[in-house]
Ligand binder design. Structure first.
Ligand code: MN
Length: 327
């Protein structure tokens, strides 16, 4: 569905859009004998400046459409010259998790509790902000001094109301310890969930799949996903096609327009319900598979705080000002 510029943030539009998406997600499966997932919407991306001035590529529709994910930011790829690299200086978070996955470059982080570390290509940092963390995420001094290529992701995963105020924690998985698998022209790193028999050890409060996949042109991947979870694919190289043998049986839903089943570089494909995604790579391709439950809770967001109500956001500001934030 095309967005109506200027209207997309209004409450009425947002409700309307959610209803259409819910109908698409559910209706497709009713006519689908095998439960293959289909693309129900293609969300394009735009470039946004974040933190201290770094550019990210981001799907332009966010929040409840991609529950439980709040944000999918592709950082770069960018080639910094000496002295040019920028990061995100000290800032707080409350009520959700940030997952940082580096593909190229080198980053360092430090937080108010005295934790610090660095991220190198292939490393994952799964940070649960919970009730509060104040941290900085910066380029490593080597990248600052000499410049270099930087590419990666930061994904915000919402927490259910019952866990928004949980104790903060980090799960750090260096590239050497993260499960990877390669079969028949398909390579995958399993950041969360399972793929081709490999399983991640990351602990999440709600079931989350986050898988980085690279496919050779013409190769195929059949990825199982628990049928109740929302599923989506963010492509950042090449083009893939979602194969659905029963697509002729799909009733014209949501105003008669059937979404194209190809997802290409810079697009987020939102998938219907179903328990398997059948992917064929139309070129050499690279993408993330993301899945998690529909939280079905109100989202109240202000900057780096994501809570359920405005009162909880105000409380976050009060706690931050009074020094009761971190705990
Ligand atoms: Mn942050």
């Amino acid at each position: 569905m095309l967005a109506v510029k200027g209207l997309e943030n209004s409450a009425v539009y947002s409700l309307f859009h959610r209803i259409i998406l819910a109908v698409k997600r559910k209706t497709l499966i009713r006519y689908d004998m095998n439960t293959s997932r289909s693309v129900v919407e293609i969300v394009p991306t735009h470039i946004v400046t974040e933190g201290g001035g770094f550019k990210v590529r981001r799907p332009f529709r966010m929040g409840k459409v991609m529950s439980p994910f709040l944000l999918i930011d592709e950082m770069g790829p960018v080639n910094y010259g000496p002295g040019e690299a920028v990061g995100a200086p000290w800032h707080p978070h409350r009520g959700f998790e940030t997952v940082t996955y580096l593909l190229d470059g080198r980053m360092r982080h430090e937080d108010s509790a005295g934790n610090q570390g660095e991220l190198n290509p292939g490393d994952v940092q799964w940070m649960t902000a919970g009730r509060g963390i104040i941290h900085c995420e910066e380029p490593h001094e080597e990248i600052l001094r000499d410049g270099g290529r930087t590419h990666g992701f930061q994904i915000w995963v919402n927490l259910p109301a019952s866990h928004k105020m949980m104790r903060p924690r980090y799960q750090e998985v260096p590239s050497s310890e993260s499960p990877t698998v390669e079969k028949n022209g398909v390579w995958a790193r399993v950041i969360a969930g399972e793929c081709m028999g490999e399983e991640s050890a990351i602990d999440t409060k709600i079931p989350i799949s986050l898988i980085h996949v690279k496919m050779n042109s013409g190769s195929r991947l059949s990825q199982e996903l628990e049928s109740g979870l929302n599923g989506m694919i963010y492509v950042f190289g090449g083009e893939i096609e979602i194969e659905n043998e029963t697509k002729v049986k799909i009733s014209p839903v949501a105003f008669g327009v059937r979404t194209k089943q190809q997802i290409k570089d810079g697009e987020l494909g939102i998938l219907s319900e179903g328990d398997v995604i059948s992917i064929k790579s139309k070129s050499d391709s690279e993408f993330l598979i993301l899945a998690g439950p529909e939280l079905n809770e109100p989202i109240s967001r202000y900057g780096p705080f994501v809570m359920n109500t405005r009162e909880e956001i105000e409380q976050a500001f009060i706690d931050y000002r009074n020094g009761n934030f971190v705990g």
